[in-house]
Design a binder for this molecule. Structure first.
Ligand code: 13P
Ligand code: SF4
Length: 332
């Protein structure tokens, strides 16, 4: 129960309209445990002139209950760049908060749990990029946004899963270095004539899917439509009907409305889309991202109460990292 907002019953009544949006994926007993925090967060956002940006992998009570803006990495970066609010709470992982800070440095950017990292961001350092540059002089470095600001600072341009091929081709060169996701690089390489030098980083979530698993699900479920994130291994992407960023997968379901669908990505994606498509059957051999799951209603509330944890980027790094991110944003 939440003292400042009366009884649980009052909180449930006050959040009834929000609950309507998630009632097919969150049982009422569970919502009873969320309603007080949802109300408190709505109130704190007004007090602090704050907004919550939530990635598509956030749980439904965050995604549908307290987020002002939701989307893939690219959409969140775009929205952060133009946000007018004084405070941006990033319900996602650390690199997303850093990107928001790079693009809108005068705002206070908070992440509810500093441990919300990413296996891709962990896989490479700024020193690694400098060594790559020595090994391949004159080859431009394209860096996936799932990296630290220090790594972005050593790069020519960034990309996301939503624009990777476009960014590779925008440079007009025969060869690029694309770091750190080996599978994303291989998946893009399959679609372009540009030669791509990759790094050995992997997403610990998407690397677990296998082509054999997809074939088994197809055999069990006739008419199954399979959508894959491009961080999946290339043989998995080859088995899928469609591959794209989290936003593209979501759009695919909205527009194509498959009767039965399997999303090869983080578990909350299916829940968040299922909330608005109760008639679609979601087949779920999903994988959980432990980093995304560090973010909860409780720590979003606490972030706004205590104004922690503020994400900052040292000026010398920020100037160079911002250039790489802004160069990406300019490619349309
Ligand atoms: P999207 O940019 O497709 O949302 O994926 C980023 C990601 O992997 C977050 O974990
Ligand atoms: Fe990183 Fe993979 Fe988690 Fe995304 S899903 S934050 S790429 S570990």
């Amino acid at each position: 129960m939440d003292g400042s907002f009366g009884s649980v019953r009052e909180a449930i009544a006050a959040t009834a309209a929000l609950y309507e949006r998630v009632k097919t994926v969150i049982p009422p007993e569970e919502w009873a445990g969320f309603a007080g925090d949802v109300l408190a967060i709505q109130d704190l956002k007004r007090q602090r002139n704050a907004i919550v940006l939530a990635h598509n992998y956030q749980t439904p009570e965050i995604f549908h209950g307290v987020a002002d803006i939701v989307g893939d990495s690219l959409a969140l970066a775009r929205e952060a760049a133009t946000a007018q609010a004084d405070v941006i709470v990033l319900a996602g992982v650390h690199f997303m908060a850093e990107t928001a800070k790079l693009l809108n440095p005068s705002r206070t950017v908070l992440i509810p749990d500093l441990r919300a990292g990413c296996s891709l961001a962990e896989s490479i350092t700024a020193a690694d990029v400098r060594l790559l540059r020595q090994k391949y002089p004159d080859v431009p470095v394209i860096t996936y946004v799932n990296t630290s600001a220090a790594v972005k600072a050593e790069s020519d341009i960034c990309c996301t899963s939503g624009n990777a091929k476009q960014i590779v081709e925008s440079l007009g060169v025969p060869q690029v270095i694309m770091i750190p996701d080996e599978y994303l690089a291989q998946n893009v390489a399959a679609e372009t004539r540009v030669k791509i030098i990759a790094w050995k980083g992997h997403c610990e979530v998407h690397e677990r899917f296998t082509a054999a698993e997809i074939r088994a699900y197809r055999a069990q479920t006739p008419g199954l439509v399979v959508l894959a994130h491009p961080e999946c291994p290339p043989d998995v992407v080859a088995e899928a009907d469609f591959a794209g960023s989290t936003a593209r997968m979501s759009d695919y379901v909205d527009t194509e409305h498959p009767a039965r669908v399997l999303l090869l990505t983080e578990c909350s994606m299916s829940d968040n889309i299922a909330a608005r498509h109760p008639d679609i059957a979601f087949v779920r051999p999903c994988q959980m991202c432990p980093h995304m799951k560090r973010i909860t209603l409780k720590n979003i509330r606490s972030a706004l109460e205590t104004m922690t944890h503020e994400v900052t980027v040292p000026d010398d790094v920020a100037v160079r990292a911002r250039r790489a991110v802004e160069r990406m944003m300019a490619v349309r």
